[in-house]
Write a protein that binds this ligand. Structure first.
Ligand SMILES: Nc1ncnc2c1ncn2[C@@H]1O[C@H](COP(=O)(O)OP(=O)(O)O)[C@@H](O)[C@H]1O
Ligand SMILES: O=C(O)[C@@H](O)C(=O)COP(=O)(O)O
Length: 424
């Protein structure tokens, strides 16, 4: 079998989320860190290239995404997928619009969809409005995100600010009528000059119908949810085996640790739950880091004797509530605060691995990007799911490790303690 789906993800946890979804739906999938060099791995149906392009300058994001596309194209992929966040994380400058435009131009296609829906994680799109649980995006914790605060829930408006292509909507009335109705709506939208259609979706059934209508689109842009409905197209075309499941991992053994740089609502609750249940946590204060205090050394010295502890693996976290994050950003600036914390957590992760850690949970997309790069990881095999959107993985390149890269807002409140049981 040849490579079928080539994916470009704008952050590392998002890439793992998508890869996990494809594995669940029966595609053998490998995640590559950054644009790979050399030939593609053998015996895989899909490749997800993880970039750290969500919050870089739009021209950098475009450049990297085009390099990724070119590699995937040369590797023989038949369809391409641009994965962004289920909360559509972006700014008015990008990067969802500019990257979509560039990929469409490079592929010579005049139509694609945009759909961040991930109903299992309570991200739904209705009438073009994005909901997080029962709240509009702009009323959810995403309004306080440290890097990409989302204050407009109307995805047509959000995307139209980022692209000169005409943005339209395939609303739920159409989606509910199934794949053929969606295909017909796409044809009529094209004749109206629409080039990017936001698509409503509130359930996995919707995702399957939408997937069916996307069989012939060269480019799909979406969160990870839409990926559930794509493998069926390859199966129908006789390109994908029925039983092609690949979530078995060879798990490296060693000490365990948790690193958290996410300030999202779910991660704040997970950190609070971990500490409240008497487990060991070490907080990284960005202002003390900025003042030159050696918090990296102190965190590692604190963690070392706790690595063999029975009361759970140690947690090192910069996770903080929105007011605390704002105070830090007011003093250091958003970008500097982000980098300072990411670099510190990445250095701590490397120090932990030197001290014998082989199984690690990392919370936060940007944080995971920094950690994985610092560890010299070049790719990830995707294993079993812990919670929707978060699979265990094992590393290619660098030291053999089991890693779970958790998107900020994913996972149940006891994620940091329960995740280990999935590895056994
Ligand atoms: N206490 C803090 N103050 C300011 N910024 C922080 C703090 N803790 C973490 N950060 C930064 O916030 C950003 C969180 O983004 P990310 O890791 O992608 O998490 P999420 O997945 O929740 O979006 C990172 O750049 C991180 O370094
Ligand atoms: O689609 C999603 O929600 C995730 O896959 C994702 O991209 C989350 O990003 P972070 O919250 O920055 O980890």
């Amino acid at each position: 079998m040849t490579l079928l789906l080539g994916c470009i993800a704008d952050d590392f946890t998002g890439a793992t989320d998508l890869a996990g979804m494809l594995v669940r739906a029966g595609m053998r999938t490998v995640q590559m860190i950054g644009v790979p060099v050399g030939p593609p791995p053998q015996d895989v149906d899909a490749i997800v290239i993880a970039l750290k392009s969500r919050t870089t300058l739009p021209q950098e994001a475009v450049q990297e995404s085009l390099s990724a596309l070119s590699w995937l194209h040369d590797a023989g992929c038949r369809q391409f997928y641009f994965k962004y966040c289920s909360t559509f994380d972006s700014t008015d400058q990008g990067n969802i619009g500019p990257v979509t435009d560039a990929l469409m131009n490079a592929l010579g296609t005049d139509f694609t969809i945009a759909c961040p829906a991930f109903p299992e994680n309570k991200r739904t799109v209705f009438k073009g409005y994005l909901f997080v649980g029962d709240e509009l995006l702009s009323e959810s914790g995403m309004r306080n995100h440290p890097l990409t605060p989302m204050t407009d829930p109307n995805l047509m408006r959000v995307l139209q600010r980022q692209t000169s292509r005409k943005v339209g909507l395939i609303d739920h009335d159409v989606v509910a009528r199934g794949g053929a109705a969606i295909t017909a709506r796409i044809a009529s939208m094209k004749s109206e000059g629409v080039q990017i259609a936001i698509v409503d979706a509130v359930s996995n059934d919707d995702l399957m119908c939408i997937g069916e209508a996307l069989a012939d689109l060269p480019l799909v842009t979406a969160g990870s949810g839409i990926a559930l409905g794509l493998p069926q197209n390859f199966r129908r075309a006789g390109l994908l085996d029925d039983g092609a499941v690949a979530d078995k991992l060879d798990v490296p053994q060693g000490a365990r640790a948790v690193i958290s740089g996410s300030c999202s609502v779910a991660t704040n609750a997970q950190v609070a739950h971990f500490i409240a249940s008497g487990r060991p946590g070490f907080a990284i204060d960005p202002l003390r880091l900025a003042d030159g205090e050696d918090l990296i050394g102190k965190a590692l010295a604190w963690a070392e004797p706790r690595l063999a502890n029975a009361d759970g693996p140690p947690l090192i976290y910069a996770t903080a509530a929105p007011e605390a994050v704002k105070t830090v950003q007011a003093r250091l600036g958003v970008e500097r605060a982000g980098h300072l914390v990411e670099e510190a957590l990445a250095a701590i992760a490397c120090g932990l691995v030197e001290r014998g850690v082989r199984q690690m949970l990392v919370a936060g997309g940007e944080t995971s990007g920094a950690v994985v790069k610092a560890l010299g990881v070049t790719g990830l095999h995707i294993g079993p799911q812990i919670d929707p959107g978060v699979p265990w993985t094992t590393t290619l390149g660098g030291k053999p490790l089991a890693l779970a890269l958790k998107s900020g807002n994913f996972g149940s409140v006891d994620f940091f303690t329960k995740a280990w049981s999935v590895l056994q």
